[in-house]
Design a protein around this ligand. Structure first.
Ligand SMILES: [Zn+2]
Length: 476
C-alpha cells in the first residue's frame, strides 16, 4: 500500500520529462511512471494535472543566524533557520546548505557541533553545513579535514579576500593562498571539494583605500571595488592552484562575464570546476543600486553590468554555470538599508524563498530553458556537486520524496503576501509566469494551498559524500 501518489503531472526526471505519476512510501519515492493502477492502493492522491513536478530545490548557499559584520559597532545576527526556512518550503526548497565557521581557537568538530545544535529542531527543511576556514589557522588544524570529510562534511569554504576594509572589531575573512593550497591538497586526497569566494584581495583593499581618499564613498560605487578584474584574477589564480593540487572547486556567487569565462575555459580543459550564480545577479545590474531600495539587491561581490548578466544567463542555459543560489542573509528592510556608503552597505540577499520560482519565470518562461536544465540549476547539480545526490536532487525510486509542484498558469506580479520571512522582499512587483504551490519533504506535505503544514522539527541534518566522477571531471 502506497502512502502517497502524485498523479498526472509533467514529471521531470533524470531520464526525461513525461506525464507520469510519482509513488511515495514513507520518506522515499518508490516508483515513477505511468502508475494508474496503483492509484487504487494509495493512502492519499494529489492531483498534479496541469502542474510541473520537480525534485525539491537545493539551496547551496545560506547565512542564517549569522553575525552581520558590515557595522561592527552594532553587531547583530541575520534571521535564523526557524524564520528563513519557512520561506524556503513555501518557495519549493527542501534542502539548504549553511556554514560552520572555523577561526583560530576553534576546531572543525566544535564548529560543526555548535551549528548543528543551533539548527536541530529549528528548520522546516533539511540542512547541511559547509566548513568555512578563516584567518591564520594553525597548520595542524588542516589534518582535521579528513575526519570531517569521512563524517559527511566534505565541502570547505574559503575566501581569497577580506571582503570589507580592516576594522578593530571585525575578524578577517581571508585565508592566505598557502593555506588554500594546503586545504586543496587535503580535499584532493580525501574526497572533498573546495567552495571558493574568489576576489583579488589586493585590488579590493586598494580600491577601498583609493576611493576613501578621493571621498568617493557612495554605496553605488561598490562595483569599482568588487570589480571585474578582481574576479578574473582570483578565479584564475584559484583554478591554477586547483590544477596543481588536483582539487575540485565550486565558485560561489559568480558575478561577472570574466568569472564565467574562466570557469568555461577550465571545464573545457577537463578540470572539475563548477560555478554558482545568484538569481539576483541574473536579474539586476549595478544601475539598480541607484534606485530607492537599490541596496536590497546587493551582496559581495557587487552587481555588475548588463553584459555580465547576459554572460551569467549564457552559463545557466548552456552549462558553464551549474547552480543558482541566493547567498541568503535574511534581515529586516531597515537593517538591509542601514548602511549607504561603500564600507557599510549590508551584504547578502533575501530571496531563497523566491529562487525556484524566479528561475522558472526567468529561465523556462522567458528564455526557453528546458525543464531538465531548470531542475539541474535549481536542484540536481547542487545535490551532485555537494554530495547529496541521488538522495536529493532527483525524482528516482530510492530518492527522498522531496517533491515540488509548480503551477505554470500563475501569471501576475509578486506581492508581500507571497513571502513569509521578513518585512520586505527584493522580488515585490516582479512579474512571474509560474510559481511553486505544493512542497513535500521526505513524504510529508509541508506546504499546500498557501498553507504551512510543516514544522521546525521536520528538517534533518544531511550527511554528504561526493561522487568520484564529480571530483575528477566537470560532471554537473
Ligand atoms: Zn555567502
Amino acid at each position: 500500500m502506497l502512502d502517497l501518489l502524485v498523479r498526472g503531472g509533467e514529471v521531470v526526471t533524470p531520464g526525461g520529462v513525461g506525464r507520469w505519476d510519482v509513488a511515495v512510501q514513507g520518506e522515499k519515492i518508490v516508483a515513477v511512471g505511468p502508475l494508474g493502477d496503483l492509484a487504487r492502493e494509495a493512502g492519499r492522491i494529489i492531483d498534479a494535472t496541469g502542474k510541473i513536478v520537480i525534485p525539491g530545490g537545493v539551496e547551496p548557499h545560506t547565512h542564517l543566524a549569522h553575525l552581520i559584520t558590515m557595522q561592527p559597532d552594532e553587531p547583530t545576527l541575520t534571521l535564523g533557520p526557524e524564520e528563513d526556512t519557512r520561506g524556503m518550503v513555501f518557495g519549493g526548497t527542501t534542502t539548504h546548505v549553511d556554514f560552520a565557521y572555523v577561526r583560530p581557537g576553534t576546531t572543525i568538530a566544535q564548529a560543526l557541533e555548535q551549528r548543528s545544535a543551533r539548527w536541530k529542531g529549528n528548520s522546516y527543511n533539511d540542512y547541511a553545513f559547509h566548513v568555512t576556514l578563516q584567518g591564520e589557522l594553525p597548520i595542524p588544524l588542516f589534518d582535521q579535514m579528513q575526519d570531517a570529510i569521512s563524517e559527511g562534511f566534505p565541502t570547505f569554504k574559503v575566501f581569497t579576500v577580506d571582503v570589507l576594509p580592516p576594522h578593530p572589531k571585525r575578524h578577517g575573512y581571508k585565508l592566505d593562498f598557502g593555506r588554500i593550497q594546503l586545504a586543496m591538497e587535503k580535499t584532493a586526497r580525501h574526497g572533498g571539494l573546495m567552495v571558493v569566494h574568489a576576489e583579488d584581495h589586493d585590488i579590493v583593499q586598494f580600491m577601498y583605500q583609493k576611493l576613501r581618499e578621493e571621498k568617493q564613498t557612495e554605496g553605488w560605487k561598490l562595483p569599482l571595488v568588487h570589480n571585474k578584474l578582481s574576479e578574473s584574477l582570483a578565479f584564475r589564480r584559484a583554478i591554477g592552484v586547483a590544477k596543481h593540487t588536483g582539487a575540485a572547486i565550486y565558485f560561489v556567487h559568480t558575478s561577472a562575464q570574466e568569472g564565467v569565462e574562466a570557469v568555461a575555459e577550465a571545464r573545457a580543459n577537463g578540470l572539475p570546476i563548477y560555478a554558482e550564480t545568484l538569481h539576483h545577479y541574473a536579474s539586476f545590474t549595478q544601475e539598480d543600486y541607484k534606485t530607492p531600495r537599490g541596496f536590497c539587491y546587493h551582496t559581495y561581490p557587487s552587481l555588475k553590468g548588463p553584459e555580465d548578466r547576459e554572460a551569467l544567463w549564457g552559463g545557466l542555459l548552456h552549462g558553464a554555470v551549474s547552480t543558482s543560489a541566493t547567498d541568503e542573509y535574511p534581515t529586516t528592510l531597515e537593517l538591509k538599508l542601514r548602511g549607504q556608503n561603500l564600507e557599510n552597505v549590508t551584504g547578502g540577499n533575501l530571496g531563497a524563498e523566491a529562487r525556484v520560482g524566479i528561475m522558472f519565470t526567468e529561465g523556462v518562461a522567458k528564455r526557453g530553458m528546458s525543464l531538465e536544465r531548470f531542475v539541474d540549476v535549481t536542484s540536481t547539480n547542487a545535490a551532485k556537486i555537494l554530495g547529496l545526490y541521488p538522495r536529493k536532487g532527483a525524482l528516482l525510486p530510492g530518492s527522498d520524496a522531496d517533491i515540488v509542484l509548480i503551477d505554470p498558469s500563475i501569471k501576475r506580479k509578486l506581492t508581500m503576501a507571497d513571502f513569509h520571512v521578513s518585512d520586505y522582499s527584493p522580488w515585490e512587483n516582479w512579474p512571474i509566469a509560474g510559481w511553486p504551490v505544493t512542497t513535500i519533504l521526505r513524504g510529508k506535505v509541508v506546504v499546500e494551498n498557501g498553507k504551512l503544514l510543516g514544522s521546525t522539527s521536520d528538517g534533518k541534518l544531511q550527511h554528504r559524500k561526493i561522487g568520484s566522477e564529480i571530483l575528477g571531471r566537470p560532471r554537473a
